[in-house]
Design a protein. Sequence first.
Lengths: 120, 206
Amino acid sequence: MQLDPVLQAIDIPQDGDGPVFEEPWQAQAFAMTVKLNEAGQFSWSEWADVFGAEISADTASGQGVGNTAYYLCWLSALEKIVAQKNLLTAEQLSTRKAEWREASEHTPHGQPIDIHKSRK
Amino acid sequence: MASNHKHDDPLPDTVLRVKSLESLLIEKGLVEAEALDALIDRYENKVGPKNGAKVVARAWVDAAFRERLLADTTSAVAEFGYTGAQGEELVAVENTDKIHNVVVCTLCSCYPWPVLGLPPVWYKSAPYRARVVREPRKVLEEFGTFLPDDMEVRVWDSTAETRYLVIPKRPEGTDGMDEEALARLVNRDSMIGTREADRPAMAEGA
């Protein structure tokens, strides 16, 4: 599959068929980033600065360069850029993560997970 | 109804981070859930339902493979080169004249992605997750799947460790068809259990 022209400029793992995702969360992180860019929340050059810094730090610390390491950098960059652009704060993210964790640990079998129940 | 697996293990940290971003961005109206899913559908083409369809078609034509698949699904599927993350067990459940299987993840959206790709929007929705356990026949009817009254319906609850793949019944009128043609009859929803495999005429029209 052909990438959109704007996406050809960003270097994502891909083969002849298009982007390669090893796990769903990688595709989800990728999709959120593309949609925020399309909505004008940040430009690809702004993204490249933040993402590039993550990759450099990762490489300097001797982390792997595989697909998973790549998308872990991607995810860290996405968390940083949404904070930089005042879309979400780091605190909101960590609170929400704790809620998801709490809900996933305590949701009884057969009940759909609902983090809103625990937020009064 | 069989729901044999507990859902006690927390989700991996990375998945929690992604879910947190996604749910907050959606709540704030910064991204739309449907738009994310549409984009993922478009780009996610390395693993997809066609992997599962090949597995099902092989099971339909090759009795020895079918036995291996039912006995040890993870290993049988690995014969095709489809493997997931470590610690994930895949379990194939076979539809018969007496039993219809349907899969859900009541907690979130655990899904056999090495064979089916990413889950559809409805699979992740709270109504499906809650209702398919309570009233599976009614939910299946909404998918256009009407089961005889004497058919037993088994609902399987996926977890981070155990994912289910439904082997739909081979449709009537497919006796002379080869594996490749059969695989085209195996739609994604039939491997989740909400629909049946396509009849040959339906696939030609599609």
